[in-house]
Design a binder for this molecule. Sequence first.
Ligand SMILES: Nc1ncnc2c1ncn2[C@@H]1O[C@H](COP(=O)(O)OP(=O)(O)OP(=O)(O)O)[C@@H](O)[C@H]1O
Length: 255
Amino acid sequence: MKSAVVECKNVQKIYGARGQSQSHALKGVSLTIQEGEFVGIMGPSGSGKTTLLNVISTLDRPTDGVIQIAGTDITTMKQGNLADFRSQKLGFIFQDFNLLENLSVYENIALPLSLQGVSSKEIGAKVTKVAQTLGIEGILNKYPVEISGGQKQRAAAARALVHDPAILLADEPTGALDSKNAKSLLETMTDLNDNHHVSIMMVTHDAFSASYCKRILFIQDGDLYTEIHRTTDRQQFFKQILDVLAELGASHDVH
Ligand SMILES: Nc1ncnc2c1ncn2[C@@H]1O[C@H](COP(=O)(O)OP(=O)(O)OP(=O)(O)O)[C@@H](O)[C@H]1O
């Protein structure tokens, strides 16, 4: 039976101290992401996408509500345990790759495991396996300056997956890529989801990228607005996404 990898119940986030000017960024969001899903998060600028990603990724705490990741309640977890939890259970890919320039691709991918004290033999096996999955075995000895944007993003994806996280969290992962590399990364993410059981949550403002997801949650003003499921082909889904964005854009500048 499938289980939930992310479960948010009535999650609220208010920025700013009481009595001062406050921003109600999340107004009671409830959502569930099941194991094996590929979910997109879209919404106008300022709707709360980054805030939602930050509270789910344990980088920030919600003001109210409960968040469970792979069955663990992270809202009551002590600060000291959050970093360990994050490094063991979560994988991140960002727009700007975040590779360390003075480490080789191999060393970059190995980093999460080295930090956890995993043996170098086990690290070698895991890095090789994930590099094969992402088709970057040939560049493991290169340094980030020597490889293309698309290869950097694959290396970053390999680093995000090497410790077998419960979910891959992606924040505009194609934002710094040209259209060819963006397409190739999105196809890789689809392959990871379809054939390697990787659960993915991706925040994006780009309808083309979002069309690779199987389900999209739209948020507006800190609340869930609607969700759509991909039941037909990707081109049809793309049109469906544009329709919802147009609806949202009627009152907002969609970002
Ligand atoms: N650190 C902060 N302090 C105060 N208010 C904040 C903070 N971060 C975000 N906000 C506010 O919370 C709301 C949601 O912001 P958030 O960054 O989550 O939106 P977003 O959907 O990611 O926007 P964008 O697409 O522009 O990145 C906005 O009104 C924003 O101004």
